[in-house]
Design a protein around this ligand. Structure first.
Ligand SMILES: Nc1ncnc2c1ncn2[C@@H]1O[C@H](COP(=O)(O)OP(=O)(O)O)[C@@H](O)[C@H]1O
Ligand SMILES: [Mg+2]
Length: 370
């Protein structure tokens, strides 16, 4: 590198330490849409961290706005149930990377993600364990919503759990602030967020003025998955997802959801008619607790204005009736291996309970998966 290039490098990123000098990569633990994640060790302090690479390939110049947003939001949020961002590091720019630095987000390390745990049949969650998972998840969500942030990508792989049983919401790559107003009124956001299987009906129908209820829907899907052990509505397309939601939660009609007919895609998608709401009925064989079923029913309410919020959920009898939420570290101490979605076999088929696999699909095109 020329002296000049060296000076520019140092001037541009004076507070970013060199990633490979400071951390030793141990194993790859994640591959998301936006980059790879590694388990790594601080060479000096020996602290174990997670390094998330910032994908720069599509950037002609400068730092990707999505990563900047994630960093800004993580810096704002400090809570036991939100993953902690330690620092940003970079690789040294040189001829080998066309003088472009690679950046890494350095996080506190969590031993597991929930998708990894749920895909392992040896990991058994008791009712009290599930209460503790959901209580921490809703606590984290309550905190971020209180800070006017929407997560917008709730799913089991984005929920981390430490070996001490502390749950951390992670992956703020799609998160954003909400509640802002423009001159024309409420600010509109893109509806192309949230992994399809966890996407609420209002987003599927094209709502662009949405709020915290979108994350509660995802939390409800995750809660059901604590028992079913695989995502409850695995649509292949947006149309398919709407169909699956209608089959479980009943038809999306103005009767149960006033105003739904005004959403952009209501006339463009085929919205099944005459479907009964079967949330409790269909989940009962898995979720044998009436309080859990009642809370699930309220989290999976199709009209976002009537869907339960985090605060009310946390006050629900589910958390206050016996058995009380447990300390997850007791169950986790039986497992001495890290469990991550990336390292687990695909969950899509293999882990559906036997009786379900044996049963013929109820509908050729829209097979239920739980
Ligand atoms: N702090 C962390 N500790 C342990 N594993 C992590 C951590 N952060 C991310 N991971 C793992 O990496 C995966 C991908 O990271 P994530 O932040 O969700 O990025 P992406 O936007 O690529 O999905 C997660 O699902 C999880 O398995
Ligand atoms: Mg993710």
């Amino acid at each position: 590198m020329t002296t000049q290039a060296k000076i520019v490098e140092e001037l541009e990123f004076p507070y970013c330490e060199n990633a490979s000098e400071k951390y030793e990569k141990l194993t790859k633990i994640g591959q998301g849409t936006f980059g790879e994640v590694f388990k790594a060790r601080d060479r000096k302090t020996k602290r174990i961290v997670a390094m998330k690479k910032v994908l720069m390939e599509n950037e002609k110049e400068g730092f990707p706005i999505t990563a900047l947003r994630e960093i800004r939001i993580l810096q704002l949020l400090s809570h036991e149930n939100v993953v902690k961002l330690i620092e940003i590091c970079r690789s040294r720019a040189g001829a080998y990377n066309r003088f472009k630095s690679t950046f890494y987000l350095i996080f506190e390390f969590c031993e597991h993600d929930l998708a990894g745990l749920l895909s392992n049949v040896n990991v058994k969650f008791t009712l009290a364990d599930i209460k503790r998972v959901m209580q921490q998840l809703l606590n984290g969500l309550y905190f971020i919503h209180h800070n006017k942030i929407l997560h917008r990508d709730m799913k089991a792989a984005n929920v981390l759990i430490t070996k001490n049983g502390i749950l951390k919401l992670a992956d703020f790559g799609l998160a954003r602030a909400y509640g802002g107003m423009t001159q024309k009124g409420a600010q509109k956001y893109t509806n192309r967020v949230v992994t399809l299987w966890y996407r609420p009906p209002e987003l599927l129908l094209g709502e662009r003025v949405y709020g915290p209820a979108i994350d509660v829907w995802g939390a409800g899907c995750i809660m059901a998955e604590m028992w079913t052990r695989s995502p409850i509505m695995q649509g292949n397309t947006e149309q398919h997802q709407i169909t699956l939601i209608s089959h479980l939660c009943g038809s999306l009609t103005p009767d149960v959801w006033p105003g739904v007919e005004k959403l952009d895609l209501y006339d463009k998608l085929e919205v099944p008619k005459g479907q009964k709401r079967l949330v409790k009925e269909r989940l009962k064989p898995y979720v044998r607790d009436q309080f859990a079923l009642d809370l699930l029913d309220k989290m999976l309410y199709v009209d976002p204005s009537k869907r339960i919020d985090c605060d009310t959920s946390l006050n629900h009898d589910f958390f206050w009736e016996d058995p009380a939420p447990s300390d997850l570290s007791v169950m986790l101490s039986r497992h001495n291996q890290s469990m991550f979605e990336y390292l687990a076999p695909p969950r899509r088929r293999g882990h559906i309970p036997q009786q379900q696999q044996a049963r013929p699909p109820t509908d050729q095109h829209f097979e239920r998966v739980f």
